[in-house]
Design a protein around this ligand. Structure first.
Ligand code: GDP
Ligand code: ZN
Length: 327
């Protein structure tokens, strides 16, 4: 039998055969290890797993007569047993600490990541957003950028909102304008989440929790959230959970200051994960081309004629420089 992991706490799992939402407890049998993985959790939320279950005979009444009935569904006392993991389409990880080689898998088989940002209050940091986008490209997770707090952007923000759209739509990422407070754009976001597993990420303060509550008022992501201060530097004990939206679809929240972990790439790999640069680089005279000093570089030409944004290109240069520092 097969089901999806919807919650993971220590050695216990809750499974459901999606799209139904009938949760039942399960445990891992023995050691399921993924080849070559240094992850602290071999099975993650979103994983499709194979499981076994043997109904247990239980006395039908307290007097303990020989008249036993069968418990047909897994219970805490008699959980299902996870026996294998089906191949993953993708997964998103978080490093326990910056230097650690150990990682924690936040979620597997994600259909789309929604990165929540704000033009102001707090001001979005484009180099950080670009790193997150690169990470999603590496993980092979499609992204939609959600621009929240639209109700706060008046005339003085107009230019920045328009520039933001042009930079990211130009790079190939959909950008949705929403407001968790007024409800603007929430129906569109709810529709987009239908029939899919969506990962929500964003630095704290952008209104990610408010958005999730706006999508489905019965959800409250802040309940049970572990404060980030406790997480920093420690072996991570955050447990991730999938929620069902009443309107259809499933979401996974990524609590914490930074959302999810960033990846390290070799210098020559970085440009492969800026989709617009990858496309333009077909025209570069040299392969490989770092798009910095090489003559006949089509990426630099595209930045000069404005078809690749200068902001995205500077983020790329920043990432190149960071990589060089460690070498
Ligand atoms: P999180 O840290 O990303 O989960 O952010 P919260 O959902 O806790 O929101 C942070 C603050 O922003 C709270 O004071 C919210 O009331 C406020 N907020 C969230 N969404 C919006 C919005 O769309 N418009 C306005 N004006 N404030 C918002
Ligand atoms: Zn080039």
């Amino acid at each position: 039998m097969e089901a999806t992991v919807v919650k993971h706490t220590g050695s216990h799992y809750l499974l459901s055969a999606l799209p139904e939402w009938n949760l039942f407890p399960a445990v891992l049998r023995g050691k399921i290890r993924l080849k070559g993985s240094s992850a602290t959790n071999p099975v993650a939320v979103g994983d499709r797993v194979r499981y076994e279950f043997s109904p247990q005979a239980v006395p039908s009444d307290k007097s303990g007569g020989n008249d036993a009935s069968w418990k047909e569904v897994p219970t805490e006392q008699n959980p299902a047993v996870i026996t294998g993991i089906l191949p993953r389409r993708n997964y998103v990880i978080r490093r326990s600490t910056n230097l650690s080689r150990q990682s924690h898998i936040i979620a597997a088989n994600v259909d789309r990541a929604y990165i929540v940002v704000t033009i102001d209050f707090p001001e979005v940091k484009l180099p950080f957003l670009d790193r997150l986008l690169v990470t999603c490209e590496v993980y092979n997770v499609p992204v939609t950028i959600v621009l929240n707090k639209s109700d706060l952007y008046g005339e003085e923000h107009r230019g920045r909102v328009e520039a933001f759209h042009s930079i990211y739509e130009g790079a190939g990422y959909p950008v949705m304008d929403v407001s968790a407070v007024t409800g603007m754009g929430i129906d569109a976001l709810r529709d987009a989440c239908k029939g899919a597993v969506s990962l929500f990420s964003g630095v704290s303060g952008v209104g990610k929790s408010s958005l999730i509550r706006a999508l489905d008022p019965s959800l409250d992501p802040k309940v049970g959230e572990i404060s980030d201060a406790h997480l920093q530097g420690k072996h991570t004990t955050t447990f991730y959970e999938m929620y069902r939206l009443a309107s259809g679809g499933f979401i996974i929240d990524t609590p914490g200051i930074r959302g999810f972990g960033l990846v390290d790439l070799a210098r020559e790999e970085i440009a492969l994960y800026f989709p617009e640069m990858l496309k333009a680089s077909e025209g570069c005279r040299f392969t490989p081309c770092t798009h910095t000093h090489e003559p006949g570089c089509a990426v630099k030409a595209a930045v000069e004629d404005g078809s690749i944004s200068y902001e995205r290109y500077s983020s790329y240069l920043g990432m190149l420089e960071d990589e060089s520092k460690y070498r």
